[in-house]
Structures are given as structure tokens and as C-alpha cells.
Ligand binder design. Structure first.
Ligand SMILES: [Zn+2]
Length: 372
């Protein structure tokens, strides 16, 4: 396992490449953001998109996919500033947290219509269980729904613009070509590894028949063209930074998680749904890093922390196994926790982990004196 020289991301992270200079593609993307991107020009491009959406919009001008998080609030604030008529759309997580609901209520009160799209829990349970056992990610159905529902609603309501938050390729690593993509569509999703190279058709069977899985289906490709639907990342047009979107959302009523971070380093990210921490947890077994590594690397890239400080924090905060959330997920899906752990263990990656004196260890781990 090789780590980036600048941040703490290992080369096992999907989509990350560490160059011959020892620097990862996410760090390079960050430098590019500061150095090469003409943000003034991109803001003007956004203004053109807004004009076009207002011209084409018959009901709403744009859809904003929202969870109730700080980025959702930032997206809504930004679009309202540009006087767009907004329909906010949420995939309703079956495990929504209290602060998540409160933040969502606050976001709606900023002045948008909202759809809280609920999927039949029986279907969701079966799909989550299948994703957990087949690819070691109970968050896969969630991500499929998060991408598909807003685009389906855009097609159904004839809304010409969908405004997503940050561009994952620009912020978390992607090739130079990927970082230039600013349309979340079929092609983009194929490149992005969050769906583990699968699409909805790979999951349909007797247990999960097609008619029960409509909410997870992206609209057909030609609908994007016919309806002139543009599906853009706001972070492509305005420099995205966690601190800046937090500042904006706090000024508009967003609440952080008072008890501290749920997973990772921030008490204002990944706080609205109790499935997300488990999605992140599997990175530990599969790739030997955790959500902390992602968050702290952002802090390093923004010069708010040194690499040595980040490593100390990892040593102190450990792997953050989300036992409470795992317990909630097991009771939602209807399985014993022991069965969950049995399944999880199947995804411990032997290319990352080794057995030493009866204990699993990661050879060459970034914290040298880690207690395994
Ligand atoms: Zn890096």
C-alpha cells in the first residue's frame, strides 16, 4: 500500500492514482482548482445555464437533489440567489437522523417546494441485503436512488436543470479527463465507481422485480436529449470547500451534530442518514482506510492541517466502527448482527490485510504503532 506524499490517501482508494512524483490525483485536482481554473469564466457559464433554464422551465426551473446536509443547503441558497424556481427532491432514507430531519425542514423553509420520495421499505430491505452480501456495500441502493430519483422527477415534471453539489471527480480524485466532466448522466455514472461497476439491470431478478425497482432506474439516455435536461455539478462552477459551504449553510439555519462527528472528522458531514457510516466502514476492510482519511486529506489540501497532524488524529480516533448504526441497519433489514459481521469479514481484502499472530494487520500502515 502506497500513500500520497502530500495527504494521507492510499493508492487502494478507488479512482485514485498516485503519480511518479508521489502525489495523488485528488491533490493534483485541488492544485488545478486553485491554479488553472478560471472561476470568473465558470461563474459566467453558470449564469448562461440559469438563463437557459428560466427560458425552458415550464413549471420549475431546476431540481436540487437534497439530503438535508450542509451542501444541500449551500445548493439551495445559491440557486435562490440566482432567482431559480426550485423543486428540491430527496430520497427518503429509512434511517434518517433527527438532525437530518431538522436540517431538511430548515432547507424547505428557505423557500422551495420539496418531494420526500419514499421507496417501499420491503424492497429497500431486500436490495440492501443483496448489496451487502454481493458487493459489501449496504449504501449501494442508496446511491442508486440518490442519483436516479431527482433525474426521474426532472423528466416527469419536465424540468430542464438538475443542480448537484460538489463534483466527486474534482474533489476526491479522478483522471484529468474525469475532472472536466460537468454532467451527471449515464456516462458519468459508468465512470464513477460508487455503483461498483453495476447498473440497475444487474440487480433485477425474481426477488427484486423490475416494476418494484423504478425509483432506482435512471431515465433513458434519449430523454436527457429530448427534454434538454442539463444535470450539472455546482462545484464545477463555484469553488467547493467544506468550510465555505458550512459557513453559508450555518448562516441559513443549518445545524451541526452536537455530539461530534458521526464518522470521519467533521460534525457537519454524513450526519443525516444512519446508513452512510456503514458504507464508509467497508472501506476499512476493502481498502485499508476510513472516512477520516478522506476528511483529513481535504484539511491538508486546504493548508488547515499538516500531514503529521492528520496522522496523529487517525492514531487517536482509530477506525470508528459504527456499531450503533450497524445495529440499526440490522434491525431494519431483519438480520442478526452476528450475520452482518460474518458477511463483512468476507470483504476483508487479503491484498491489504495480513494475519499476524492471530490478528489482522495492515502491513506498512500509515500509523506505525497502531494497536491491531
Ligand atoms: Zn494526495
Amino acid at each position: 500500500m502506497k500513500y500520497c506524499k502530500k495527504c494521507v490517501i492510499p493508492d487502494t482508494r478507488p479512482g485514485i492514482a498516485i503519480g511518479s512524483d508521489g502525489i495523488c490525483s485528488a491533490c493534483k485536482g485541488h492544485e488545478e482548482k486553485k491554479r488553472d481554473i478560471d472561476w470568473n469564466k465558470r461563474r459566467k457559464d453558470f449564469e448562461e445555464i440559469v438563463k437557459e433554464a428560466k427560458k425552458l422551465g415550464k413549471s420549475y426551473d431546476c431540481i436540487i437533489p437534497v439530503s438535508g446536509g450542509k451542501d444541500s443547503t449551500w445548493q439551495v441558497v445559491k440557486c435562490l440567489e440566482y432567482d431559480l424556481h426550485v423543486l428540491a427532491v430527496t430520497w427518503k432514507t429509512p434511517l434518517r437522523s433527527k438532525v437530518g430531519q431538522e436540517n431538511l425542514n430548515n432547507l424547505i423553509s428557505l423557500g422551495v417546494d420539496h418531494i420526500d420520495y419514499t421507496i417501499n421499505p420491503e424492497v429497500e430491505k431486500r436490495f440492501i441485503y443483496k448489496a451487502l452480501t454481493r458487493v459489501g456495500d449496504p449504501g449501494l441502493p442508496m446511491h442508486m436512488a440518490i442519483y436516479a430519483i431527482p433525474l426521474r422527477v426532472a423528466a416527469a415534471f419536465d424540468v430542464p436543470l438538475v443542480v448537484w453539489g460538489e463534483s466527486p471527480h474534482m474533489e476526491y480524485g479522478g483522471t484529468a479527463e474525469d475532472r472536466k466532466l460537468n454532467q451527471l448522466n449515464h456516462d458519468w455514472l459508468k465512470r464513477h465507481q460508487i455503483l461498483q461497476g453495476t447498473s440497475i439491470t444487474d440487480w433485477i431478478d425474481g426477488d427484486l422485480p423490475k416494476k418494484d425497482m423504478i425509483a432506482f432506474h435512471l431515465p433513458d439516455e434519449q430523454i436527457f436529449q429530448e427534454r434538454q435536461i442539463s444535470s450539472i455539478f455546482l462545484g464545477y462552477y463555484f469553488p467547493w470547500d467544506v468550510e465555505e459551504s458550512l459557513r453559508v449553510s450555518l448562516a441559513h439555519g443549518f445545524q451541526v451534530r452536537e455530539e461530534g462527528p458521526k464518522v470521519g472528522y467533521y460534525n457537519y458531514v454524513d450526519i443525516d442518514c444512519d446508513i452512510i457510516a456503514i458504507h464508509h466502514y467497508f472501506k476499512w476492510l476493502k481498502f485499508g482506510f476510513t472516512r477520516l482519511f478522506d476528511n483529513l486529506s481535504i484539511e491538508i489540501r486546504n493548508d488547515r492541517m499538516t500531514r503529521a497532524e492528520a496522522i496523529d488524529i487517525i492514531a487517536r480516533m482509530k477506525e470508528q466502527t459504527p456499531y450503533g448504526d450497524i445495529s440499526k441497519l440490522c434491525s431494519f433489514v431483519g438480520i442478526q448482527e452476528s450475520h452482518f459481521w460474518e458477511i463483512a469479514e468476507r470483504f476483508r481484502n487479503p491484498a491489504v490485510w495480513s494475519l499476524k499472530n492471530g490478528k489482522w494487520i495492515i502491513p506498512g500502515f500509515i500509523v506505525p504503532d497502531w494497536e491491531w
